[in-house]
Ligand binder design. Structure first.
Ligand SMILES: [Zn+2]
Ligand SMILES: [Zn+2]
Length: 396
């Protein structure tokens, strides 16, 4: 047991503690970075960015003002970037300019829906609303940018910040890859705010986390004839009605939603033929989002250091789709997770894509710091595997 310090010495020690300036968080301390991002000036800035974007929602590939806002904020921080990719996309760079390269992604687009929430920063654009939370994602990634820029001399490689257009059905991620925005990157992290996850909690899982999705058009053909002679006809309306009911029953009531089903030959029951066009030229399939298993332990470790192990949770896979899945085509390791924002004291939380959807802005520092911490730590832990091909992605 240590001896008690004499009162004078103790008083001097306390004075000395208060006389020192507040210690700056180090990049290797996610909890310290979280305290930094929760400082009033930092929070006010992120909240302001998010509200400006919320007031001016723009649909996929039309995020011109959002993209300009992103670039203005990057300019103010002295962070270099390239633009445009995929019409409105912005790709910024922080760090050594050499390997390893790790990317962080935010989506920028809003939804074609009328906001029903009455508040000071309600959407000013009729029929358009940030009803999914992408306004928060942009503010979070700019928050990550600020933290990383404050610690740029500590970075042991390069962080690429990807602000992409058109997540909501427009496959903006795919277009970003085709535009060359995602070359030679070793790993990419993406996030989504989650209405059902408590604020302060981070949640994910290894392997599949979001479903694939696609659109199709089915043409069912029968044989015309006189209504008085129905036995000489083949009625495609009856067949189509049966197909709709059968598909609904089979897929929603009989099959595990995580299994795939083959159902269209249903039209032949009524002697009709059917063709199905999956429209993948105009509306590409979104593949399922699958987290690289090796990054899950890494995510849990960094998240635990930031919010404590009890606030790092498993997330069941969801049947929604996410165009983040496309990045797996271009990046060896991909990881997607959820940032909680549910808080009972705010009252009932409307779900994503509801006209009553709201963002709990208390979630902003969690997303900002988690992304920054994942990127910084990834660079530290992947020094040995880094390619010696310096500045290989040509960004500066
Ligand atoms: Zn959405
Ligand atoms: Zn979304």
């Amino acid at each position: 047991m240590a001896a008690a310090a004499p009162p004078l010495l103790l008083a001097l020690a306390v004075l000395a503690t208060f006389a020192l300036p507040a210690a700056r968080a180090v990049l290797e301390d996610p909890a310290g970075l979280l305290r930094r991002a929760k400082e009033p000036a930092f929070m006010d800035w992120m909240v302001g960015v998010r509200r400006r974007i919320h007031e001016n929602p723009e649909l996929g590939y039309e995020e011109f003002e959002t993209s300009e806002l992103v670039r203005r904020e990057l300019d103010a921080m002295g962070i270099p970037y390239k633009h445009p990719f995929a019409v409105t996309g912005v790709v910024a760079t922080i760090g050594t300019g050499g390997p390893p390269f790790v990317a962080l992604r935010a989506d920028m687009d809003a939804l074609a829906m009328q906001e029903s929430v009455e508040w000071e920063h309600k959407s000013k654009v009729p029929g358009k609303m940030h009803g999914c939370g992408h306004d928060a994602h942009v503010a979070m990634l700019l928050g990550s940018a600020k933290i990383l820029q404050e610690h740029r001399d500590e970075l042991q490689g390069t962080v690429i910040l990807v602000f992409q257009p058109a997540e909501e059905g427009g496959a903006g991620a795919k277009k970003m890859i085709e535009a060359g925005a995602i070359e030679n990157i070793d790993a990419i992290f993406g996030l989504h705010v989650a209405d059902v996850v408590p604020v302060g909690v981070l949640a994910s899982r290894p392997g599949p986390i979001m479903a694939g999705s696609g659109f199709f058009e089915a043409v069912i053909s029968g044989k015309g004839g006189h209504a008085a002679l129905p036995h000489h006809t083949i009625d495609p309306i009856l067949a189509a009605s049966n197909v709709i009911v059968s598909l609904q029953q089979l897929v929603s009531r009989e099959a595990d939603p995580l299994d795939s089903q083959v159902i269209v030959s249903q039209a032949s029951v009524q002697r009709c033929s059917a063709t199905v066009d999956f429209l993948d030229k105009d509306r590409p399939f979104f593949p399922p989002t699958i987290n690289s298993p090796e990054l899950h332990d890494f995510f849990e470790k960094v998240a635990s250091e930031m919010v404590g192990a009890r606030n790092v949770r498993d997330k069941q896979p969801m049947m929604g789709a996410e165009d983040f899945a496309f990045y797996a085509d271009a990046v060896p390791s991909t990881y997607y997770y959820f940032v909680g924002m549910h808080n009972e004291t705010r009252g009932p939380q409307a779900p994503h894509h509801s006209p009553y959807f709201t963002i709990n802005e208390d979630s902003l520092p969690y997303g900002a710091v988690m992304q920054a911490s994942l990127a910084a730590r990834y660079l530290v832990e992947h020094q040995a595997s880094a390619s010696p091909d310096v500045n290989k992605n040509g960004l500066s």
